[in-house]
Design a binder for this molecule. Structure first.
Ligand code: AHR
Length: 510
């Protein structure tokens, strides 16, 4: 055992007994046990034509706060801090009625339509080209979901041609005419959205029927561009749906999607749901593992190749949604204020995703602005909600490979959940190691002994987020105030502050 004194703080760097009497918690990170690659695309975002997410959120032509494209500059600045590598659009459920040709070409000629899904009117001023421009402005890959409700396979394939076509064909030429000589290069295409859902206007609630129709969509779209990646619509907890769909579609399904929303103001319940999600991903791992890495016997008559990597899970909607308060108007706009306990849950949720990096292809938080969102805006400005902070911090400092980590800590009162939730990641083949520690206890600081085995690491950098109270929240009415206290750590903490999120970054000395 060699106790390494790093800037005055003891960090144990080789295997040893874990818990001293004075340390109610211990964290062991096995640096020599790197796990799966963590897709950077786990930090994606989602925008939908719903309430004030797009219009009045990221996009507000004519506003003094907007740029020449109509993009809200103050919001854009915050989106850049979140740095999403992937942006999903146009829905969500809205996808089921969206006709993409309504949203291209001269703005004066665009059709206004009732938004039959979320209410109000859709002016279609933010369409395909505006979406691509926004993606470029934030350096994100575009991800488009196609209409399988009122749309056809041909319409979806034409959209692929408009975006990616390079030939002398109608829709590729239309894109050129609209000022985009180069293809938009949209790689990710979703076949519908929550197609099992009965109450909305979808038409494919039967998994066998969905699979049959989705095959035709996939074929026509891949014939337009064989390089696209296809996301088929799955369900978070419906084994029958997922099995039926993937049995049929797995040769062309690069990803199967699932959505997770947790909506409760009861903190223990919220953390319990995050823990259940962790377990559900174990089930997904077994389920996805049953499909071949590279499908065999794919007929050459398809004239496009089959999937060439394992099917991965696309968590293309995740977030906290408790239904809002204040009746129907608020309910349909999905505007929600997040407090600090929500942010702690989000950090734990990211930890769970890191632990299951092997099966997650990407994730897109729902949604980016105003609608169950990390960014809240009004006509005069915008704020970072509490949940913004862990999303931005993790995206910036966590590594691209999971590392085995174990934590023993006291339980939260009245639950079977540990107070500390820990995940570790490394960067660039173990050159640096990030340990993410969430102290979910509202009032107690927790001393913990940290042990890194399998390598020599010294502390390099640290960051801590806390808030004065579990129910502290930010408000767009007070844009200058941020209840979240963020501080750099010049040395590794020995004791994790109550209700804190801490990232400790170590670098190898070899
Ligand atoms: O994100 C809000 C809605 O939640 C989406 O439109 C839908 O896919 C989900 O049910």
């Amino acid at each position: 055992m060699s106790a390494h004194i790093s800037r005055g703080i003891a960090v144990v760097l080789a295997s040893t007994a874990l818990v001293a009497a004075s340390d109610p918690a211990s964290i062991t990170v096995q640096a020599d046990k790197p796990g799966a690659r963590i897709e950077p695309m786990l930090y994606g975002q989602f925008i939908e034509h719903l309430g004030r997410c797009i219009n009045g959120g990221i996009f507000e032509p004519g506003s003094p706060l907007a740029d020449e494209n109509g993009f809200r500059r103050d919001v854009l600045e915050k989106v850049r801090e979140l740095n999403p590598p992937l942006l999903r659009w146009p829905g969500g459920t809205f996808t089921k009625i969206y006709h993409w040709q309504d949203g291209i070409g001269p703005k004066a000629e665009r059709r206004r339509r009732p938004n039959l899904i979320w209410g109000g009117e859709e002016d279609n001023l933010f369409g395909t080209d505006e979406f691509i421009r926004y993606c470029r402005a934030i350096n994100a890959e575009p991800y488009i979901s196609v209409n399988m409700g009122t749309g056809s396979a041909e319409e979806a394939a034409n959209w692929v041609e408009y975006c990616n076509g390079t030939g002398n064909t109608h829709y590729a030429n239309l894109r050129r005419k609209h000022g985009f000589p180069e293809p938009h290069g949209v790689k990710f295409w979703g076949l519908g959205n929550e197609e099992e859902a009965e109450p909305d206007c979808g038409r494919l609630q039967d998994p066998a029927e969905y699979a049959k129709v989705a095959w035709q969509f996939a074929k026509l779209m891949k014939l337009q561009d064989p390089t696209i990646k296809v996301i088929v619509a799955g369900v978070g907890n419906n084994t029958n749906w997922n099995t039926t769909v993937l049995k049929s579609l797995h040769p062309v399904a690069d990803f199967i999607s699932a959505h997770w929303y947790f909506g409760t103001t009861d903190y223990a319940n919220l953390l319990g749901r995050v823990a259940a999600f962790d377990q559900q991903l174990d089930d997904y791992a077994a389920f996805l593992g049953a499909f071949p890495t590279e499908p065999k016997g794919f007929s050459h008559w398809y004239r496009f190749p089959p999937r060439q990597a394992p099917v991965k899970l696309a968590i293309d909607e995740w977030g906290l949604w408790n239904g809002g308060a204040g009746g129907r108007e608020v309910l349909w706009n999905l505007e929600q204020t997040y407090n600090w306990q929500d942010a702690l849950a989000v950090a734990s949720w990211l930890n769970a995703m890191h632990r299951h990096a092997d099966i997650i292809g990407f994730a897109t938080w729902a949604q980016l602005a105003n609608v169950i969102a990390p960014i809240q805006s009004d006509r005069n400005g915008s704020v970072r909600q509490t949940v913004f902070h862990p999303l931005a911090l993790y995206a910036k400092h966590c590594g691209n490979q999971a590392v085995a980590a174990r934590c023993d800590s006291p339980l939260l009162e009245g639950t079977t959940l540990p107070s500390l939730d820990v995940a570790a990641t490394c960067h660039d083949q173990k050159k640096s190691l990030t340990i993410a520690v969430v102290n979910r206890h509202a009032t107690q600081s927790i001393p913990a002994r940290i042990e890194i085995t399998g390598g020599n690491y010294t502390f390099a950098d640290g960051h801590e987020l806390t808030a004065p109270a579990m129910l502290a929240a930010n408000s767009v009415a007070r844009p200058a105030e941020d209840c979240v206290q963020s501080r750099p750590l010049p040395m590794p903490v020995r004791e994790f502050a109550p209700r804190s999120i801490t990232l400790l970054i170590f670098q190898t000395t070899r």
